[in-house]
Design a protein around this ligand. Sequence first.
Ligand SMILES: Cc1cc2nc3c(=O)[nH]c(=O)nc-3n(C[C@H](O)[C@H](O)[C@H](O)COP(=O)(O)OP(=O)(O)OC[C@H]3O[C@@H](n4cnc5c(N)ncnc54)[C@H](O)[C@@H]3O)c2cc1C
Length: 400
Amino acid sequence: MNQRQNTDRICIIGAGIGGLTLQIALRARGIESVIFEQAHELTEIGAAVALSANATRSLIRFGLGSELASVSTEPSELIFRRWDDARRLWAHPVGNDGAYRREFGAPYYGVHRKDLQQILLEACDLRTIRFGHRLTGLRTESNHVHLDFSNGATERASLVVGADGIRSVIRKYISGGDDTIFSGTTGFRGLVPRERLPSLPDPGAIQFWMGPGAHLLHYGLGDNAEYINIFGVVEGPQRWPNLERWREDVFGEDILGKFVGWHPAALELCRALAQREGWGLFAVRPLRRWSKGPIVLIGDAAHGMLPHQGQGANQTIEDAVTLAAILANPPAESIVESLLVYENVRKSRARRVQKYSWKANRSLHLSDGPAAHQRDLRLHSLPKAIRWIHEHDAELSITA
Ligand SMILES: Cc1cc2nc3c(=O)[nH]c(=O)nc-3n(C[C@H](O)[C@H](O)[C@H](O)COP(=O)(O)OP(=O)(O)OC[C@H]3O[C@@H](n4cnc5c(N)ncnc54)[C@H](O)[C@@H]3O)c2cc1C
């Protein structure tokens, strides 16, 4: 493989948040790319995603600020509550008085995934997105990477970016293993009209309810929080029953059984979810390498993480912004070395966020007792403890 910079044909595998953002970030720097997506069209499930300043500042720079603002909701405050009596343990302003924007220079948004996807898609060059292309194999040849797709198509790339999600084919090619770990927890989620949650306190806030072996997170969408995005997590099972399928239909009743004794407003949140299926929550173990020759990973493919810091998509956007900046101004003579620079810039940060997400998983599920009491006392120091996540500017991270 030619070791000199060759970004003539950049092929991105996957049109998720990572793949689409990478194309936008490359276009902003005058670099073309082609995306191959296995789905025949993009259809997002009915749930939302929270975007923090470390991602929104980049999306705004790409000129997507007003579109994003028009479909997003800023939570009024961040609130932690007790599971049984709904007591507010701690609260911190987010949208209220523009506190979060003032602190981090960009907004914190809740946004429906389908709206985010649509905004990103419209900012891409649609002629360069090939739907119905599932990557089945790749190999490096003398001066290019050869790609095979399930529809029989083949492709030659000078650089391949694996944005193919947590079950990435490209990660398997790079690391040789599966690398996913089951967290021993199950999630359930959905969007519910607020009128179905008459007992919900502070619907405009982003809120955690913490209790023994489970937690609930929710935030409102719409000017008056007309919809509530709910994400609940329960401990178990110890082993996920089917590694081919990460969603299980049978968990509905089991999940409700884990919330016995919870406050009626919390139970209302659980019951309101029409969807009665559990998602196995998996993460990607820290990888030794994110690249192999001119093949490199971004997003969940590289660092799939538990969602408890709300950072999977935000870290994915950071990856895309950093990689585009590196490809536009290569720090090394060869593409392979430049990819190593990208990998080094991103790996330690994403790993640290992954660790924080595991830590949050444990701490959100403590039973009442001294450890839970200590956690509650420490809540006031949270803004300081996670400041490094939100203040980050991916573009500056490589010029600094
Ligand atoms: C319950 C839950 C809640 C979450 N909440 C948040 C949140 O609030 N904030 C946040 O920042 N993150 C959140 N996340 C994480 C976030 O959704 C992911 O980190 C993010 O979507 C990763 O983007 P991605 O582009 O890397 O992967 P994906 O979004 O998974 O996209 C991968 C794409 O690649 C395609 N693909 C896969 N294999 C192939 C192949 N072989 N060939 C071609 N195409 C292929 C797929 O079809 C898909 O379109 C949450 C995750 C979960 C599970």
